[in-house]
Write a protein that binds this ligand. Sequence first.
Ligand SMILES: [Zn+2]
Length: 403
Amino acid sequence: MPKGIIFLADGMADLPLDELGGRTPLEAVETPAMDAIAASGASGTFLTLPEGLPTSSDVANMSVLGFYPEQNYPGRGPIEAVSQGIELGPDDIAWRCNLVTVSPDGILLDYSAGHIDNAVSARIMADLQHEFGSGKVTFYPGVSYRNLLVLHGSEFSDKVDYFKPDSSQGMHLDELRLAPLAGDAKAVHTVKFLEDLSARTARFLALHPLNQGKDAPASHIWPWSPGRKPSLMPFAERYSGRTGAVISAVDVIKGLAKCACMDVIDVPGATGFIDTNYAGKVEAALEALKTHDFVYLHVEAIDECSHMGDLALKMQAIADFDAKIVAPVMKALANEPVIFAVLPDHPVPIKLRQHTTTPVPVAVCGPGITPDGICRFTENEAPKGRLGLMKGDQLMRMVMSLN
Ligand SMILES: [Zn+2]
């Protein structure tokens, strides 16, 4: 049975741009390797961000892997907790807990506290744990502003609505309050507990020595995307005993993989940016395919360039993805029975600098995939392909030859 590889270009899809003569960045860059997948295979689109869920990469990558986030999304907090190896008990609720900057008059200025330095952030989280940690709450340091908070006890609920801090900058705290869902008494209590904790930690952080004289001090904690210990069906169980490995620089993608009992392959020098170790990722993917039926090769750089709004850098990152990831892997496996698929997880139009829910282009080639005459891999060509709008585990089953 053929093995499968998905090349995942985070945030690659875009919109036509005047400065590119009405073309998208993907159309304007030469991408012979991705075009070869389209030309020798079939194209279509994929709705990766279902209505009613956060428009985040964890949801989108869950969709691509066929894990139905509509039913199974555990929340960002628990996925990152798994990624960090934090054991969650049955009464624990994990929250992402950003360190953020709020102005003295209550405006959320920066979701990242100036992309706070790791060491400073770790120190502040340790001090918060020392001062406020208890049998009810634990603070865990993560990377930079991406920290975690866990509530312990059956008195708490995860049925709490929240604002994503990176989408809420410039708004007043009064408009951004946590809210109990469904009027649940435990959710009401949870909101009250966290509001009280936020107020007390803000007073502590205002006086913290590492915050003095900073343009973007870590003035507040920001709990969001709560959930309980994830219980995803293991990958091998979902896909008829076949095994999968994930290669990514991003914690939340690695956490997702661990939640699905997939093997996570760490690549030294994988940074999540354009300076990432492309050759190392290619080598790791080829090595992983020897011992697994499926490899998910995730590259973050294009997403970062898109959020920065830097068109030249985005185009460079797309060219690099094609030439340094897709091309060498396909070349090395040219004579092997492997099904290849390429797609972004979601668009990040450079003009908007945020995720949109438009279905993404996808192309698949390999044994058993009949070509459909589409010759380029672009946002405009893919929808004309014979695969149509794909959903659920349709793409994964095709890549795993399980149809
Ligand atoms: Zn993404």
